[in-house]
Structures are given as C-alpha cells and as structure tokens.
Design a protein around this ligand. Structure first.
Ligand SMILES: [Zn+2]
Length: 314
C-alpha cells in the first residue's frame, strides 16, 4: 500500500518536461509555485523595457548565505528558463517531502543557503525570438530595421537591440573596439553592448540585486556547447579554478576560458572582477540554438545534481 509520503510524491512535480516556455507560461508557473509553496518568496527586481516583470524567487532563509542562478540572458536560449523552473519545482517538492537530493539534506540547504533564481532575465528577447515583433511595440519599426526582416528566430538581444551579456562593466571600452571591427555600430540581434555598462533595465536590475545581496556564487545559464567558463585572462580567483573542476566533474561539461567576443562585458567577467568570488557561465546542451525542446529532459538530467549541490560547494 502507498504510504502518505508516496502519494504525495506521486503528485509531484507540476511542470511538464518541455524546454520552450514563453514569458506568459513562465509567469503562470511562478504564480503557481508561489501559491503552492508558502516557503518561497517573490523578490521584486524591476521590469523589462516592455514592462514585463523580471521574475525572481528566493529559496531558503533570507539570512542564509546568498547564491544566484540566472537564466535567459539571450532570446534563443530560453530553454535555460525551463531548466531553472524545473529546479525550483523539484527543490520545493523535495523540501516538503523532507528528502535528500544527491546527499544534500533539503532542510539543511533551505536553512543554510538562500538561492535567488531569475529564470528569464530577458523576457522581451525571448518573446521576440519565439513570437516575432509585436506591432504593439513602440520600437516595432526599429526592430525590423535592426533585425533586417521580420524573422526573429535568431534574436538574442533585448527589445532595444542590446546584448545583455555584453552590457556589464567588464572590458567595456576594449569590447567597443571589437564591435567596430565586427561592423556592429548600434542595436542588433546579437553582440551590441549598448551605450554604457548597465544601460538596460534588465542588467541594471540584476546588478542592483547583486550589490544588495553580494552572492557567494553565481551560475548563469546559456545554451549551447556543454562548457563551463569561469572568466577570461587569468582574472579568476583560485577558488574559481578549484570549484570549476568540481562543477565540471559533477555535470561532465568541459571547463574552458572564453575566447574572442565572449570574453568581454559578461556577467561572469564583471562579477569576478568586482567581487573576486566565483561565478560560472554554463553553456547547457549541445547543438544549434535554439535547442530543440525535445533535448530538455537529457539536458536537465545532466545539470540536476549541480543545481542541488553547487550552493554547498561554497
Ligand atoms: Zn547566451
């Protein structure tokens, strides 16, 4: 016969195993989680250019050691939002059931680590890449010009054509030179860094949260390549190299240093330079962006242990 515990487990989790969630669906799941799990908190971060709320939830006691997970800097990389939502869902179910996950006692994790999760930092970019430009957007004509047509399937930037992961204050002037060489002179589907660091509401909101909470570890999820970057040019603290090796062992992704344009203006580069604490860019999955939603299950399976264990590595 089923014990009450087994019955409870049979109901969980809520999320279907699909990797192609748009902003509306992500919002619905976050609302559902917040109503179902009274121990998680919604953090008000701010809004995107198009006024979409930048969702952020907190798992763990407020006074515990802060950790930050960020998904979907880039429009085509929306599978990372689904990965983080799935993790929130499993975390909550495991905690309610008093379970251990990969040797991690969930009640201990909840009381000793405070994980901030932003599943979709760039909701406007995700919507563009999934549904194309909306005629409602005040930037509609400009979007078509920046994109060079109305197929937005390869769009990575935010609504103003700024690539959020080049908009942080790390190597910004140097990157401006690289941009010119690449022929990028203004808003574009990818790789334009903006007028100045944190010029965009999305990056500004995230940096505000980082300055307030000063996380001990950041994992920022992108697709694709099955690689882990811990920053460029030997600037990483010793702990980053040590942790990077452990993380690489846990998920089986290769530890690498960024080359070319990837080295400039990224969240990982800025955070490591500013705080000297570990931060990792995880390139989830392998293939061509956007990754097919059918890949979601296998990608999540490889990263699941890391999501549960990483907070206790620091
Ligand atoms: Zn990316």
């Amino acid at each position: 016969m089923d014990s009450p515990d087994n019955k409870r487990r049979a109901q969980a989790p809520i999320l279907p195993l699909l990797g192609d969630l748009d902003y509306t669906t992500v919002t619905e799941y976050i609302d559902e989680f917040l109503s179902r799990y009274d121990f998680i908190e919604r953090i008000f971060l701010g809004s995107s250019i198009m006024g979409r709320e930048l969702h952020c939830v907190r798992l763990g006691k407020k006074e515990a050691l802060p950790i930050l997970y960020v998904g979907a800097h880039h429009g085509m990389e929306r599978m990372t939002s689904a990965l983080l939502l799935r993790f929130i869902n499993e975390y909550c179910e495991a905690l309610m059931n008093g379970m251990k996950m990969y040797g991690v006692d969930m009640r201990y994790l909840f009381s000793e680590r405070c994980i901030y999760i932003i599943p979709m930092l760039n909701p406007d970019g995700v919507e563009l890449s999934l549904h194309g430009a909306s005629r409602e957007s005040p930037l509609y004509d400009r979007l078509l010009r920046m994109n060079g047509g109305d197929d937005f399937g390869k769009w990575q930037a935010n609504e103003r054509g700024v690539d959020l992961n080049h908009n942080y204050n790390a190597g910004f002037p140097e990157y401006k030179e690289r941009e010119k060489e690449l022929g990028i002179l203004g808003g574009a589907p990818t790789k334009y860094s903006g007028e100045y660091p944190e010029s965009e509401p999305e990056t500004k909101a995230l940096c505000r949260l980082i300055r307030t909470t000063e996380p001990e570890l950041i994992l920022t999820l992108h697709t694709q390549g099955e690689e882990i970057y811990y920053t460029s040019g030997g600037a990483a603290p010793t702990i980053s190299r040590r942790l990077g090796r452990i993380i690489s062992e846990i998920c089986g992704y290769r530890l690498a240093e960024p080359e070319g344009t990837a080295a400039y203006g990224g969240l990982t580069d800025w955070f490591v330079a500013e705080y000297g604490k570990p931060s990792f860019t995880i390139e989830c999955g392998r293939g061509e962006n956007p990754l097919p939603k059918e890949d979601f299950i296998s990608i999540y399976a490889r990263l699941r242990e890391l999501f549960f264990r990483a907070p206790l590595l620091v």
